[in-house]
Every structure is written in C-alpha cells, then in structure tokens.
Write a protein that binds this ligand. Structure first.
Ligand SMILES: Cc1cc2nc3c(=O)[nH]c(=O)nc-3n(C[C@H](O)[C@H](O)[C@H](O)COP(=O)(O)O)c2cc1C
Length: 473
C-alpha cells in the first residue's frame, strides 16, 4: 500500500514537474523552481528590495540594448574560453565568460547546497564565487571540488592539488577585523584563487516578501558555516533573515582604509563587487584591486539603483581614461610581464602591511599608465583591472552585450539557486549548459569566432525595454 502511494505521488510529481531537458531557458528554470519551492523560500531568492524597480531594470537594461551583428565571416569554430587576470601572475583559465556569483545559503535550495554547485562548476569548468554566508564551510567546498571523480582513476588529482577550475572566496569587511583576516587566511590555505570583497552591503536591502512570509532565520540544523559561532549572526531572530544576519558588518568600512589593507594582507587578487558609479570604480582601482564586478546585488540592495548593464559603459570609459583598462589596440602593444603574486600596489601605510607603501605621488607618468613603480625587486606592478558584471544576466545575448560594453565575463546569481532547486548539481549544470548554448549561438550569429572579436561596435542603445515575450502574453 505504501508503495502504491509512493508511486502515485511520483506520478503526480512527474506530471507537474518538467524534466531538466524540457527546461529551455533560464526563465523556464525559474518557473520550475517556483513550482517546487515553498513560497517563502522562492520569494527569498526571487524578490528584490522595496518596489523591486532595480530587479526589473536589470532585465530591462539588457533589452534597451540591441545587437548589430556582423556577417560574412568564418564562424565554423567558436572559442569561448578565456584567461582571467591575463598577463599577471594570477592568470586563470575558464572555459566560458560565465561565472557563478557568490551567494549565501545554497542549502536552502537543495540538501547538497554548495557541494552540488561546486561540482557543477568544476564539471562545466566555470569559476565559482563562494560566499562568506555559505551553508557549507569554505574548506569542504574546496575539498569537494578537488576530490571530484575523474573519468580515469590514473589522472585523479593529488589531494593537495587546487581545484581545476578556480574558486574565489567572497567576504564582507566585518567589525571584527581579526575575524575577517582569519577568513582570508582560511581561503588562502584552502586553495581559493581570488578574493571578492562585496562593498554594496553596509546594511542589507529590505525585502518585504521576507517579512511578510516570516522568513526570519535559517531552518533548524542549517548554519552560516564559515563563522566560528552561530551567535555571531543569529541573535535577533525577528523580521527578515538578512536583517538578522547583518549585525556583523562594519558600516564604517571605506575604500580608503580597508581596500589597501586587504590588498596588503593577502597575495590573492582582490576583486571588488557591487560598484555602479564610475568614481567608485576608479577609487577601487587606485586602491590596488585587481578586478571590479559591476553589480547592484541583483536588485536586492538599493532599490531605484541603475541597472548594471547601463552602469557598465561609463565605468569602462572612466577606467580606460585612467589607464586601468586597455582597449583592444593598446592591449596588443602592452609588454607581457609576469610578476610575482605578492607584488601589490599599496597606497597607504597600514600596520598589517607587508610591503612598503607606494604613494599616489609615486605613480608613473601618464604615458605608461598600466603600471606603478614598485619598491620590490621586479620593479613594476600591473594596475590593469578586469571588469566583470552581474545582475540580470539571463540570455546568451546578455553575455555578449556585457562583453561588448567592456566586461571580461559575467556572473549569475539567482539562476544558480533555481538550478539547485530543480535538480541539485544537474540543475546547476543545466543552467550553465543553456547559457553556454545561447552564448555560442549569439557569437556565431554576430560573426564572432572568439571573445576577442566581441567589440563595442556590436551594441547599440535604442531598444524600447518593457519587453514581454509574445508567446507568454
Ligand atoms: C539568495 C541570494 C543570496 C545572495 N548572497 C550574496 C552574498 O552572500 N554575497 C554577495 O556578495 N552577494 C550575494 N548575492 C548577490 C549575488 O552575488 C549577485 O550579485 C546577484 O544575485 C546577481 O544578480 P542576478 O541574481 O540577477 O543574477 C546573493 C543573491 C541572492 C539571490
């Protein structure tokens, strides 16, 4: 009798749930996740702050940009691979210009949580950002990546090998700097290959959905696993979950003080996440970061914030003017220098700093902007920053638009959660697979056989936005 009931339940489930191969777009994956998740969990991930204007604008921003494809070129082969932090000691390979945004609490979506995500990332060879607010500790995530079974046992990596596809660790500046520093040290010793410093969250955005749904804390047995104690973040237990977890964050943190500090205490490249203003991008680059993620946190922080894709061109231009970003021609002329990972521009003396400071006044003359003179043996430090974008990327054409406007790669947030909800590791792989196919088709149709050919001329402003798919009306 029990068996019959189970079979009936399975039949009902099969009739309402679409198999992964029937999910053709990231919107399909989201719709499927909505069917499967309890309302409070779905809305925790899907909703934006306040009126959700920015959540909407992130998608509309892409629709207001249109592609102007080139034809008549050989696109029989398409290469979507790229090298991140190219020409530096931190160079990293990725198969796609698509990465996984650092985002907490993956275990809310699937029991395997971050372990499922990292396995999918490794199999699809995409870089994964691991959040400070993950529900699996960073060491276990890194271990799961390294110990992935490979097709031939002879080629299994040694236990100490770093993951074949890079993992980046995301952190916030905490009131307790020694806790921040200990998290950095753990990331370094677990094999993470970059740090992401999120700067758009001195407090967390107010999502009414969480308060209405009474979503105030993690379910029993689930923790923010990177913190040494639960009390650190869980002491109020009222209102919305994010408000309950923000007590640790340091609202007094500033670029001027904390970014040079972070850059000076680690040999990993530091990528600053959550910038939409050109002035902030320049300030972050001047403070010595290696990369910038143009992001409004997927519409979860400041509502009415400009969409990322519309913020990107001005940021790219401001960085270009200051020599922090090279256009294609100057890139080709740039001397190829590989430098020791610990070489770092350090703009203000700090007690934790391991290097003598390089002062602003010591910046090199403007004819040689990508480098700064170093007090260290190798004599120059690359200051070129890599530009990334997230918030609202849902189509391969979005990936191309972001790259044409200056991004090296894009990151995905909510679609990864929805992939987890519909199929754990396989669901996340399906999300990446869909976007890989769409990006490849978009490149072929735009006459781009490799990512170097995705140039500014490919994109025009002028779409009307407010796009509703006719078939969904
Ligand atoms: C449920 C959820 C949790 C998130 N947690 C973090 C986090 O811990 N740290 C962080 O820097 N960003 C976090 N983000 C933001 C993402 O990294 C990313 O910026 C955003 O989701 C990108 O927009 P998209 O969802 O439209 O792709 C989170 C996003 C979501 C949806």
């Amino acid at each position: 009798m029990g068996d019959v009931k189970r079979q009936q339940a399975a039949a009902v489930e099969a009739s309402i749930h679409q198999p992964l191969e029937r999910l053709l777009s990231l919107d399909d994956v989201q719709a499927e996740a909505r069917k499967r998740l309890p309302k409070a969990l779905y809305e925790y991930v899907a909703s934006g702050s306040d009126d959700e204007q920015t959540l909407w604008e992130n998608r509309q921003g892409f629709k207001r940009h249109l592609l102007c494809p080139r034809v008549g070129v050989d696109v029989s082969k398409v290469d979507m691979s790229l090298t991140l932090f190219e020409d530096t000691a931190h160079a990293q390979h990725a198969s796609l210009p698509i990465m996984i945004s650092p985002a907490g609490v993956h275990c809310l979506m699937h029991p395997d949580g971050e372990i499922a995500t990292v396995r999918a990332a490794q199999r699809e060879q995409v870089v994964m950002g691991v959040s400070q607010h993950a529900t699996t500790c960073m060491e276990d995530v890194a271990k799961a990546a390294v110990t992935l079974p490979t097709p031939s046992p002879a080629s299994s990596p040694p236990p100490s090998a770093p993951p074949s596809t890079p993992l980046w660790y995301q952190l916030y500046i905490l009131r307790d700097r020694s806790l921040t520093l200990s998290l950095v040290r753990r990331a370094e010793s677990s094999g993470y290959q970059a740090l992401i410093l999120t700067v758009d969250s001195p407090v967390f955005g107010f999502r009414e959905a969480d308060w209405r749904n009474g979503f105030a804390g993690l379910p029993e047995g689930m923790i923010l696993a990177n913190y040494p104690t639960k009390r650190a973040y869980d002491d109020r237990m009222k209102g919305g979950w994010d408000q309950n977890s923000e007590a640790l964050l340091d609202r007094s943190s500033s670029f001027e003080r904390d970014l040079p500090w972070l850059c000076s205490v680690t040999s990993l490249p530091v990528v600053v996440k959550g910038i939409v203003a050109p002035e902030d991008a320049v300030a972050a680059a001047e403070a010595g970061c290696h990369g910038i993620i143009v992001s409004n946190h997927g519409g979860r922080q400041l509502d009415s914030c400009i969409s990322s894709i519309e913020a990107l061109p001005d940021i790219a231009e401001a960085l270009r003017q200051k020599g922090f970003l090279l256009d294609a021609d100057r890139r080709a002329q740039r001397p190829r220098a590989r430098l020791a990972g610990s070489q770092r521009a350090c703009l203000s003396p700090h007690p934790f700093c391991r290097h003598p400071p390089v002062l602003r006044s010591q910046r090199p003359p403007s004819f040689f902007p990508p480098y700064v003179l170093s007090p260290h043996p190798y004599s120059i430090i690359p200051l070129v920053v890599s530009l990334f974008l997230d918030s609202g990327v849902r189509r391969g054409t979005d990936v191309l638009k972001a790259m044409a406007l200056g991004a090296t790669a894009v990151l995905l947030g909510k679609p990864i959660f929805f992939g987890l909800a519909v199929g754990g590791e396989e669901g996340v792989r399906r999300v990446v697979e869909i976007l890989r196919r769409e990006t490849e088709v978009a490149m072929i149709l735009c006459g781009c056989s490799d990512l170097g050919k995705v140039g500014r001329g490919l994109v025009r402003e002028g779409g009307r936005g407010s796009y509703i798919r006719p078939s969904r009306l």
